[in-house]
Write a protein that binds this ligand. Structure first.
Ligand SMILES: *Cc1c(COP(=O)(O)O)cnc(C)c1O
Length: 359
């Protein structure tokens, strides 16, 4: 099957093989060596010297973890949203009783640093900014370096949802001053869903010490304490660790910058072929994502029927558009284990389906 959704992604054969490993004692020596080595390798791809914890849960769990570890009830936060996942962060923050100021940008657009600066200057009591790096629902990558500068100039805590970007798109955690950065195993990491990662800056630890929201399962301090002795506080998704160990070795062999370059090439190929097939791209092209491409399907053709034909006849699975664009757009995931020929296969199939529908 040609699985072209923005996570879960296909698994390389070596990773699938690793998943079959027998269970081990998660409080034993082998797991200890594995979890410590993996945490160090992850830091390389997070481009950070900060602490990094490995959580068993999905990306959304890590988003909730970021909130409960850094905030208190009634705390004023700015949620910058350019789509569904930005909205989700705001929803989680509200659910925990935070005082959320939301800054929304229209679908397909990136967040504007000046607008973020203005929002922070209008609301000086805001302590924390939640930002999505790569908005998977619209295929837009925010100009995070510029956004981070605005946030850090004002000494706010910067929490970044990098779930669909870390390890695929350049995200300089330390250089840009990102305090908490999140990712999830089923996105750029070539492994199944089940693990989530969070890097934690010294400033974030200060906030952790003062934060008063209830936290047990996600408590970063517990995760750090256990990681230091080669464990996790709760039973981890052991099999995903096996897979990740293999995937990270593959990634190191390819090289971080080479991986970014491959994602850039593959994304460009996807955009070029979508345009050549007569589709119009959803994202402001200055900020087009290198991990997911969204485009409108031709007028009058329901995107659902295209997706169904792709799956039934070409064994190719793409994602529908999100929110109000479900019936008028499609999204193609190109992150993790992907190269140009995967995109060509996908777009060849799409062209065949379209030519039939339009005939
Ligand atoms: C996938 C994704 C999430 C949610 O992660 P889950 O693992 O589905 O909980 C959040 N944010 C972004 C940007 C994502 O791409």
């Amino acid at each position: 099957m040609n699985l072209r959704i923005p996570g879960p992604t296909p698994l390389p054969p070596q990773v699938r093989e690793a998943l079959q490993g027998q269970m081990i004692n998660h409080r034993g020596r082998e797991f200890g060596q594995m979890v410590r080595a993996i945490a160090e390798q992850l830091k390389h791809f997070f481009q950070t010297e900060n602490d990094l914890v490995i959580l068993t849960g999905s990306g959304t769990g890590a988003m909730e973890a970021a909130i409960v570890n850094t905030c208190s009830s009634g705390e004023k936060v700015l949620a910058v949203s350019i789509g569904n996942f930005g909205d989700r962060f705001a929803t989680i923050a509200r659910a925990f009783g935070l005082d959320v100021t939301k800054l929304d940008f229209p679908g397909g657009h990136a967040a504007e640093p000046q607008a973020v600066a203005d929002a922070l200057d209008r609301n000086p009591d805001i302590t924390t900014v939640l930002i999505t790096h790569n908005e998977t629902s619209t295929g837009v990558t925010n100009p995070l370096a510029d956004l981070a500068r605005v946030v850090k100039e004002r000494n706010k805590l910067l929490v970044v949802d990098g779930i669909s970007s870390v390890a695929s798109i350049d995200l300089k955690t330390d250089e840009w001053g990102c305090d908490v950065v999140l990712s999830g195993s089923q996105k750029g990491w070539m492994v199944p869903p089940g693990l989530a990662f969070a890097s934690i800056s010294p400033f974030a630890w200060e906030r952790h010490a003062a934060a008063r929201l209830p936290r047990v399962y996600w408590d970063f301090a517990e995760h750090k304490k256990y990681l230091d002795r080669g464990e996790t506080p709760w039973t981890p998704a052991v099999s995903i660790f096996y897979a990740l160990r293999v995937a990270l070795d593959m990634m190191e062999q390819e090289g971080r910058e080479e991986i970014f370059a491959r994602h850039e090439r593959v994304a460009q190929r996807c955009r070029d072929r979508a345009v050549a097939a007569g589709m119009s791209l959803f994202a402001d092209q200055r900020y087009a994502s290198n991990t997911v491409t969204a485009f409108y399907t031709p007028e009058g053709i329901d995107s659902r029927s295209i997706a169904t034909e792709l799956e039934d006849e070409f064994d190719t699975v793409v994602a529908l558009g999100q929110a109000q664009w479900t019936n008028t757009s499609l999204r193609i995931g190109h992150l993790g284990w992907v190269n140009e020929s995967d995109i060509d296969r996908t777009m060849d199939a799409l062209e065949k389906v379209l030519s039939r529908t339009q005939a």
